[in-house]
Design a protein around this ligand. Sequence first.
Ligand code: NAD
Length: 285
Amino acid sequence: MSTSQESFVLGLVGGGISASLTPAMQMREGRASGVSLTYRLIDMDRLGLGVADLPDVLAWTQRLGFDGLNVTHPFKQAIVPLLDELSEDAADLGAVNTVLFRGGRMLGRNTDWSGYSSAFRSVLPDAVHDRAVLVGAGGAGAAVGYGLLRQGAAHVAVLDAEENRAAGVTERLARRFGEDRVSIAYDVGQALHDASGVVNATPVGMVGHPGSALPADLLRRDLWVSDVVYFPLETELVATARSRGCRVLPGGGMAVQQAVGAFEYFTGRTPDPARMARHFEELTA
Ligand code: NAD
């Protein structure tokens, strides 16, 4: 959606987001692209607000002249029924991370899956048709599974510590991509047997959740290994996989590419992904 508009007011709605790098990343890319971009954190925890206040937050940001919002944990699903229109992918996923205020309407988009998919294609281009194991069936896991299948993965096996979560994501993905391309897995070792790669979409490995959701001895040299955790960028899983000779896709790729997609939706301009990635690396160094 191209626009001649040169000034944008945006925000991030989430809980506990005071350390988010998104405002810095988006505002710097705005400056580099020649648009004036103001980006504010709307930390619902700090404001003492919850899910029940989302309709008010949407109404007020729209009324106050915001052009759009990013939405993050824990509101990506709860925001869906409050919007006027969803893109097909956001409807498939039942999750929105980008809201556009256009002509009095609220439009929901999802750049998590497309961000993961872009990062994957740039780092593991020859692996797009592989069989993958997805560990973690929360919001990030659903987006990753969607991204893998949309780009042509032959099959995704979904595993979660909570079986009902694995079942929920498997059902959602099967509705869109067919039952033969997605299944629940119960044993990661068995699932990896005929897989070409594995993704960690659990929080294990992030600051405050040390460790790895995948035992080191399962990381065969011929597997590609992908992590969605990006704080730290070099998780225990990523470091172990590298040391075992696996090809790796760390979580920073998805974090940058979802921001690239959101910038494009907000401004109608194509940002420079390499520049955004360099800035992200500076911010996380
Ligand atoms: P979530 O809580 O919605 O889902 C996590 C899932 O992992 C849950 O279903 C939980 O049962 C499962 N789980 C936890 N430990 C497990 C284990 N040891 N084995 C199997 N399953 C296990 O969380 P989320 O919003 O999906 O986020 C997950 C991680 O992804 C977080 O660290 C988040 O920061 C990261 N994330 C990264 C990006 C990115 O752009 N790179 C985007 C979104 C989220």
